[in-house]
Design a protein around this ligand. Structure first.
Ligand SMILES: *[C@@H]1O[C@H](CO)[C@@H](O)[C@H](O)[C@H]1NC(C)=O
Ligand SMILES: *[C@@H]1O[C@H](CO)[C@@H](O)[C@H](O)[C@H]1NC(C)=O
Ligand SMILES: *[C@@H]1O[C@H](CO)[C@@H](O)[C@H](O)[C@H]1NC(C)=O
Ligand SMILES: *[C@@H]1O[C@H](CO)[C@@H](O)[C@H](O)[C@H]1NC(C)=O
Ligand SMILES: *[C@@H]1O[C@H](CO)[C@@H](O)[C@H](O)[C@H]1NC(C)=O
Length: 555
């Protein structure tokens, strides 16, 4: 009898395995093991006194700045955003790569905006990512009014960090700030002018933000520059900042008196409370601009009885401070990050560069109005999101061009073809006298070199091909270049933009279209659109079920 049972059980088990496999194949986007985190965010105007008078800001769940999005690697985030504003709205997740899933990126090239009074549920995860990032509105000039916050991605419990867990963790959002309403600022840009200098620098949305600490303890400060136009120098009087993490990469830890945080960038520093019980200044001050604006907060030792007084700790005086600091930030090759293998097991410096492209920023006047451009193309946002036009084959929305282009200043929809799995060298060339900050959605890149003047091929000899940091936002100094390497392994349509609000709004952005060729395994392909896909523009009238999607999409 025993002998009879066993042969009949085996085929059944094998069938079960095949069925499970088939199920997995049919649902490539669903990993049954990953937990789901459900969040409900109400976006509404609030009135806040930031600079001595009441002003309208954008709050989330009654908070300004918005709540920290705290998650864990690979956890599925189901985040319902209710737009309680009087204008269309989207949030974007600056630094979250949305692997194979541009549908959740929350920029106007990939998503229809959430209309006033409507809700939409984002569903995404920080796939194989850890670290510190930020989110902010991508629509209109909403970012100048708030709606921003910190993103904290914790590693899974089985993955070790390169340093002992800190006693606590602070989100520190620093940014320049306008007293003027965001609609007034937008009208200036729509009118062909530029924004005036900001009025102040805020830390966590106010003057005088206080961080209460205990003597002897060590804290992690996650600093993100969520401002509109200014590089900021961050420092804490009397305390050293131990830099440990940069937008999802662990770096070789180094002590700093202060840190230059460019627009859109995020850093984690560890700070040990090793001074006498009193209060200390926390400062974020403008760089590369005059007059200098100081955002001032307070580090308050719990047993302190003396308030801050006297001069602020000085900003670095050395004109080369910022560049030297940028060059000193290097990848820790031996530590793991989100995955068990060390960061340095990816030998990016050994990969052959397949494509090289230069992105030059400029500030042309077009039809009498101030615009900003990349390689002389000033991007304008069509009313049909590019991603929808592409997927549903809606003609006349955009024509993509290869990675090289040079022309006279033009207003156009700017989409570049990025060959799937190309290993691309991008040179951000800045011939303007102002500092730039560039961000890529969908990817991080290795920042292999900074140099002055015009980039040429001999610059390649100076690249850091060993331990350059991998991040998603980099500064480019005035009349200088920054070179980065990136691997186009993430199919989708990805926004590359100036992190400066007015430059992005007035056209210094483009989209990189990365399509998997036929025959590529579903594991590497882009996800199908979500079931709750919003339709707008020319896509609004589509019978989505009947429409034929592009070939080669995942089921
Ligand atoms: C790099 O990572 C390793 C492994 O986690 C860690 O022990 C080491 O302290 C780190 N090095 C630096 C310079 O931060
Ligand atoms: C826009 O420009 C017009 C004409 O130059 C001017 O009258 C108006 O005040 C401007 N509006 C703003 C908000 O700058
Ligand atoms: C290239 O790979 C080899 C091992 O295969 C390694 O020894 C070397 O350091 C790598 N070079 C770079 C620049 O990563
Ligand atoms: C942009 O246009 C200007 C003016 O025609 C020209 O001098 C410049 O070379 C162009 N730049 C690029 C990157 O095409
Ligand atoms: C390349 O740039 C370097 C540094 O600016 C410069 O010294 C060199 O002359 C340039 N080489 C060529 C071929 O233009």
């Amino acid at each position: 009898m025993v002998m009879m049972k066993r042969p009949s059980a085996w085929p059944l088990m094998a069938l079960g395995l095949v069925m499970a496999l088939l199920h997995l194949l049919k649902c490539p986007n669903v990993a049954a093991m990953d937990p789901v985190q459900e969040l409900e965010w109400q976006v509404e105007y609030m009135t806040v006194d930031t600079l001595g008078v009441e002003q309208r800001v954008i709050g989330i769940n009654g908070q300004f700045p918005g709540p920290q999005l705290q998650t864990t690697t690979n956890t599925i985030i189901s985040l319902n955003v209710h737009n309680g504003l009087d204008e269309p709205f989207l949030l974007t997740w600056n630094g979250i790569q949305q692997r194979k899933n541009p549908w959740q990126d929350g920029v106007l090239g990939t998503n229809c905006p959430i209309l006033p009074g409507q809700s939409w549920t984002y569903k995404f995860r920080a796939k194989d990512q850890i670290g510190s990032f930020s989110y902010f509105p991508s629509t209109n000039l909403h970012r100048t009014a708030g709606g921003f916050g910190s993103i904290r991605v914790d590693p899974r419990s089985t993955i070790a960090s390169p340093f002992s867990p800190p006693d606590d963790d602070f989100a520190v959002l620093i940014g320049d700030w306008y007293q003027a309403d965001h609609k007034v600022l937008q009208a200036m840009l729509d009118n062909g002018s530029t924004l005036p200098a900001p009025d102040a620098v805020l830390i966590n949305g106010r003057l005088g933000a206080t961080f209460t600490v205990e003597k002897g303890k060590t804290y992690r400060f996650r600093i993100s520059n969520i401002g509109s136009s200014q590089t900021l120098n961050f420092r804490i009087e009397g305390h050293q900042l131990l830099l440990v993490e940069t937008e999802g990469s662990y770096v070789e830890s180094t002590y700093h008196d202060s840190l230059d945080v460019h627009l859109g960038q995020s850093y984690s520093v560890l700070v040990t409370m090793d001074q006498n019980d009193r209060d200390y200044y926390v400062v974020a001050s403008t760089r590369f601009a005059s007059p200098v604006l100081n955002g001032i907060g307070v580090l308050h030792y719990a047993d302190s009885t003396s308030a801050v007084s006297g001069d602020l700790p000085p900003a670095p005086a050395d004109p080369d401070f910022s560049l030297n600091q940028a060059r000193s930030i290097t990848w820790n090759l031996t530590t793991n990050a989100a995955r068990p293998n060390p960061q340095g097991s990816y030998h990016y410096g050994n990969i052959t560069i397949t494509n090289s492209v230069k992105f030059s920023n400029s500030a042309p006047t077009l039809s009498g109005k101030q615009r900003f451009a990349i390689n002389n193309v000033s991007h304008f946002v069509p009313d049909t999101p590019l991603k929808l036009a592409d997927y549903y084959h809606i003609p006349n929305v955009f024509t993509s061009v290869p990675l090289h282009l040079t022309q006279e200043p033009t207003l156009a929809v700017s989409v570049l073809e990025g060959p799937f799995r190309a290993f691309v060298e991008v040179i951000f060339q800045n011939d303007e006298p102002t500092i730039q900050s560039w961000h890529t959605d969908g990817y991080s890149f290795w920042v292999v070199g900074f140099g002055s003047g015009e980039w040429n091929e001999t610059a390649r000899l100076t690249y850091n091909l060993r331990n350059a940091v991998s991040r998603s936002t980099t500064q480019v100094y005035p009349s200088a270049w920054t070179a980065v390497l990136m691997s186009l392994d993430n199919p989708g349509l990805w926004n590359i933009r100036s992190a400066e609000v007015q430059r992005q709004y007035l056209g210094q952005e483009l989209y990189l279209r990365v399509v998997t060729p036929p025959g590529v395994s579903w594991k590497r392909r882009e996800h199908a659109p979500p079931v709750n896909l919003l339709l707008c523009g020319q896509a609004k009238t589509l019978q989505v079920n009947a429409a034929s999607p592009s070939p080669g999409e995942a089921p």
